[in-house]
Design a protein around this ligand. Sequence first.
Ligand SMILES: Nc1ncnc2c1ncn2[C@@H]1O[C@H](COP(=O)(O)OP(=O)(O)OC[C@H]2O[C@@H]([n+]3cccc(C(=O)O)c3)[C@H](O)[C@@H]2O)[C@@H](O)[C@H]1O
Ligand SMILES: Nc1ncnc2c1ncn2[C@@H]1O[C@H](COP(=O)(O)OP(=O)(O)OP(=O)(O)O)[C@@H](O)[C@H]1O
Ligand SMILES: NC(=O)CC[C@H](N)C(=O)O
Length: 637
Amino acid sequence: MRIAGAALNQTPIDWKNNLANISAAIEQAKEAGVELLCLPELCLTGYGCEDLFLSDWLPLEALRQLQKIRPLTEGICVAVGLPVRLAHRTYNTAAVLRDGQVLGFAAKQFLANDGVHYEPRFFVPWPAGETTTVEFEGENWPLGDLTFEHLGVRFGFEICEDAWRPDDVRPACRLRGKVDLIVNPSASHFAMSKTDLRYQLVLKGSRTFACTYLYANLLGNEAGRIIYDGEILVARNGHLLRRNQLLSFKAVDLEWVDVGFAEPVPLADFIVPLPAPDEYKELNQAMSLGLFDYLRKARSRGFVLSLSGGADSCFCAVGVAELVRLGVAELGEAEFKRRLGAFEPAKTEVVQTGAGGAAKQEAQPNPEGPQLTANQQLVRQLLTCAYQGTVNSSDDTFTSAKELADSLGARFLHWTIDDEVSGYVHKIEQGLGRELTWQTDDLALQNIQARVRAPAIWLLANVQNCLLITTSNRSEASVGYCTMDGDTAGSISPIAGVDKDFVKKWLRWAETELGYAALHRVNNLQPTAELRPLADKQTDERDLMPYALLNRIERLAFYDRLAPQAVLAQLVAESPEHDAEQLRAYVRRFYQLWSRNQWKRERYAPSFHLDDYNVDPRSWLRFPILSGGFGQELAGL
Ligand SMILES: Nc1ncnc2c1ncn2[C@@H]1O[C@H](COP(=O)(O)OP(=O)(O)OC[C@H]2O[C@@H]([n+]3cccc(C(=O)O)c3)[C@H](O)[C@@H]2O)[C@@H](O)[C@H]1O
Ligand SMILES: Nc1ncnc2c1ncn2[C@@H]1O[C@H](COP(=O)(O)OP(=O)(O)OP(=O)(O)O)[C@@H](O)[C@H]1O
Ligand SMILES: NC(=O)CC[C@H](N)C(=O)O
């Protein structure tokens, strides 16, 4: 039998888009002679509909939309994910359609409730072994723990998380011997290196349960924060039959394979491992796709970036250039532009974001500079950067910013903000009747500089109907090393999910492996906020602690969830090169800054989930805004 999985780039409650992708996948599958097709989890509504799953109307509308898919299934069997609400409870199901008929709904038995997933808030798990009936417009269909048969092949379901449970409880353990094929529609978030876990799960599952296993994941940045890699895997008895290229820019990515169910295949002696994932490359592809989808789904016309020439903002600038490079390489320029939508003349009926909304001018091809390549011209239309210097800014960072922006093709503007800073300082000095000095008002004088950069950069974003990128990384989010409404200003925060150490390493990789020679300068700069007088030689690590230690403490405290005492003990054991007293001071500082700054993490712009954890309270890590701040625990260190 020819079986297929299709990864789909869906959007919550975008019925038109979702149905179009489902229809396209079915059409492509039929053209390829596919007989059974698996589509991703909840692909009809979108996986990220959140509390809408608790309404009556959304699941009802999903059933109505399902009726439109039925006629497309003449001559093919298709699994389509959608919510079904019965007696005020919503179930996460996969409908099986064939020849225009609904054969039934397989329901998810184990709900994802860790990390970025909060499914028990929306869904009720289906009890193993039970079935019920769905009534809709005069028809009755079975729903629950079901198996099906198509062309003599018996199949059952695991829906995403179902497969992540132990072998003696997951649905597959009751399907063993009863089915030839297990179908898994998934919405499994991207995280660096995670593909290896999924690969093992599918390959081992097919061996342990002596079956063929068909897995299809969602694709793209579905709803803002979480990116799906669109992985399709087919395995039989521990042998890999098909695996696709991940993180495609296409709307529909279909993979099929022929399986001779009648011909026996021995169980694999061992699972052939995948080559180790290249995390720098993975992150690059995920971030590019994340930005691409965010831009087009937000119906915006480009990005604006306050480019300091430092590591974080340079990373974001390269991210936009990579969006163009990778998108054009896969789709071709015309399709890239069509899908992005940012290059069409502005329509008056387009919903305007924020105060601006004026039509974006076609970027001029850089009259005084060198001839731009086709990709640089696209970057020029999509990215405007501005350097906003003060007396505390160095020539190094200005040159770094300018060289990078020019090399990418981005529009580069620059001005100074000293007048605005002194204007505000003067007003407060007059109001309070005293001078503000670095001795008495250090942080306030730093913050006003970061804040004064915000209005102009927002203005630039508004007038061009662009998204303002904010450059926060996870390390500074952990300790609140940022000025609220200053350098946190923006509506999308692409790198807030990764730590500063990784940011620095990635930039070195991008310089050598991707050929961004203009990163050479930033790769030789010490991270610095440049908010204190230059003579002070401010660096992030002098203000805080070495980033490697900060990241380690953060991981031990909030990924491994150790108590402060245990974090310190672990650090002392693994860092003999550091003095124990110094480490104690760093651990104290970390927890104090962490607790004091939860409110800042609550106010960060939406960020992508890219690493296996993040500190965003909306997606991964919840912590009280007001707390005892680990007072007792730190006193006992
Ligand atoms: N629990 C709570 N809930 C709500 N608000 C709370 C609060 N605790 C304090 N606050 C408020 O927070 C304010 C202080 O926060 P905020 O004004 O943001 O500033 P703050 O956290 O005091 O200082 C900002 C830090 O970030 C560093 N920085 C700034 C800019 C850029 C960079 C860089 O790396 O480039 C680094 C800077 O060196 C400094 O260490 C207080 O005035 C108070 O109003
Ligand atoms: N001179 C500047 N011109 C424009 N934007 C600036 C300037 N200084 C700071 N910013 C903005 O504030 C953000 C925060 O600064 P921060 O120092 O944390 O990051 P960075 O300068 O990009 O990297 P690094 O910390 O490695 O120096 C910058 O990413 C940038 O968006
Ligand atoms: N949608 C799901 O059930 C996802 C859960 C699963 N643990 C994953 O991360 O892939």
